[in-house]
Design a protein around this ligand. Sequence first.
Ligand code: GLN
Length: 538
Amino acid sequence: MAKYIFVTGGVVSSLGKGITAASIGLLLKSRGLNVINQKFDPYLNVDPGTMNPYQHGEVYVTDDGAETDLDLGHYERFTGITTNRNCNYTTGRIYDAIIRKERRGDYLGGTVQVVPHVTTEICDSIRSVVTDDVDVVISEIGGTVGDIESLPFLEALRLFRLMEGRSNVLFVHVTLIPYLSKAGEVKTKPTQHSVGRLREIGIIPDVLICRTEKHLDAEVRRKISLFCNVDTEAVIEAFDVENTIYEVPMHLAEQNLDYVIIDTLGLRAGRRNLKPWRDYIDRVVNATKSVSIAVVGKYSELLDAYKSIREALQHAAAYHSVNLSIETVAAEDIELEGPAKVLRGVSGILVPGGFGSRGLEGKIAAIRFAREKKIPFFGICLGMQTAVIEFARNVLKLADADSMENHENTPHPVIHLMEEQKRIMNLGGTMRLGAYPCVLTKGSIARKAYGKESISERHRHRYEFNNEYREACEKQGMVLSGLSPNKMLVEIVELKDHPWFVGCQFHPEFKSRPIDVHPLFRDFIGAGVKQGARRGTK
Ligand code: GLN
């Protein structure tokens, strides 16, 4: 029978609830338990697929093709588990299910209400991730206690504990202990109020994770314990980490958070093994050389928009034990100032995925610069499509070559909508989403990186490489190194006579893990390190 941990947050947002939930997953996994993480988002969008990155950051894609919250990326990176569409529910999705049932007549003429129908639907969603081998479900509730929209979730959790039995459910509350410099002390009152709000709802937290910039001494811990009705050993400090977010689970382990959870839930667990994680952190801390990578996208200021890419680059830098500096470049700046000025001194250029036309010409200029100056280049999804446009325009000399997304009636649609896809779109489906198999060409950069012939990667796009241009591209030195098993879809392109130039139609960043770095990111950074060394000797 599975046990359940619910992670709520209080006082302010952005306390790192997602990282906390992921860290709990990692700690329990390191004790030999099978975990699954899940996120509830209280907003009304059915999923974040259509939300703007300014609102929501990156959309994370699962193997089974769900467009989800970026916290699922943290869960996968920390725990190594593969999440699925049941690992992310929004209020919109919950209501959507209820309204469909109501229209079908499933409620037999009854009045459909928040209590009990919405709360029951939430409880069913929690159980939807349980499989035979799951020991612990960790569900994070988005938002902050006290938000109107979180209320049905909290009410459902209260009920859930009653139904499952007290010993099978544990509540973790993540809160803030602010430091007032003028008073010279940390303040516990906001936490007391936040726990008070939870108790009014009928939830008594078992563990408090206190985000703080000052270490909490025994006296403060005792005070929090006393006023919040939580054991002192369950008052856990979450101190701002210095080098990498993967230090968070180590800090929590030092305070024996795993023991507190395992004891409270009466779980049978093995010995803790965090050795690969300590090695990872050591490699980050002891890195000497540096590598500088430009990420040329639409959003230069939005760190969360390319969250998984930033993470995957970090994993690769740690693998090579180099310090990574990521220069986020707005493609439009390249349009204004030219690539030579904006990209001066970088050892690698990455063009990430994206939608729409803004900055496309800047990305094309950046890719031309990478191709001609022989700077390692990695194009992901739109980045791969843009590399094909650049190649068609400047090598095949098809001046108007374009993607149909950017220019619908272009005379040379090197990236286009396939007939088959047009039909799907008419039926209301929109994108190629989720995991698809791909076969790699012998002798290619990709084949060498992966070390095998067949791979599976996650997709999120509408447009594809236009097969009519395959022959012309190959004649001029482009290698189509990854194809769908039926050979109809080009999934990876690369260039001969270049140190490292790879574009892939899928999103490899979603599958990179700190202790199992993605091979393409690993080799891209490897090429970047060599590039830096070459430049240094000039
Ligand atoms: N906009 C492009 C497409 O839909 C690329 C999508 C992406 O980069 N994720 O095909």
